[in-house]
Design a protein around this ligand. Structure first.
Ligand code: ZN
Length: 146
């Protein structure tokens, strides 16, 4: 069952909890933009595999809550809406970066005929949001509208 609960990381009441299997429950907080699941505990094999591929900033921002779950910043990548990712030089100085996906023009398709997608990421117009404004970042790329 899916439900909203209090986030064990930031304390907001916008933490979306989803049971994937009886053993695995995902937590995705719309308040702080961090995510976790029941397999993400300190030193677990799953956690080690997860963190291996993470950018340095994401490793810096790993957070252990009072129940022992590890949280990491989300990385949203939706081909038709856009991307949101943590951006900055380090864990003490970072923001959410949001990039909108835009429809490719005829000229663009002519220039890059091998690219088959209808959309591309509008990297020139990257927008920044503070940690607690994660919802605004979602709103910026239209992630919450169908
Ligand atoms: Zn949170």
């Amino acid at each position: 069952m899916d439900k909203l609960t209090i986030c064990d990381r930031c304390g907001s009441d916008a933490c979306y909890v989803q049971e994937v299997t009886p053993e695995i429950t995902n937590h995705f907080c719309y308040g702080c933009g961090f995510q976790s699941n029941t397999l993400m505990t300190e030193g677990s094999e799953f956690m080690n595999q997860q963190t291996e591929a993470l950018p340095e900033l994401y490793k810096d921002l790993l957070f252990k809550d009072k129940t022992g779950k590890m949280w990491m910043p989300s990385w949203i990548n939706d081909a038709e809406k856009g991307m949101i990712f943590a951006y900055g030089p380090g864990g003490k100085d970072w923001r959410w970066a949001a990039v909108k996906a835009i429809k490719r023009t005829k000229e663009d398709k002519k220039r890059n005929p091998n690219l088959k997608t209808e959309y591309k990421m509008d990297m020139v117009n990257q927008a920044y949001f503070t940690e607690k404004d994660f919802m605004e970042a979602l709103d910026y790329i239209g992630f919450l509208t169908a």
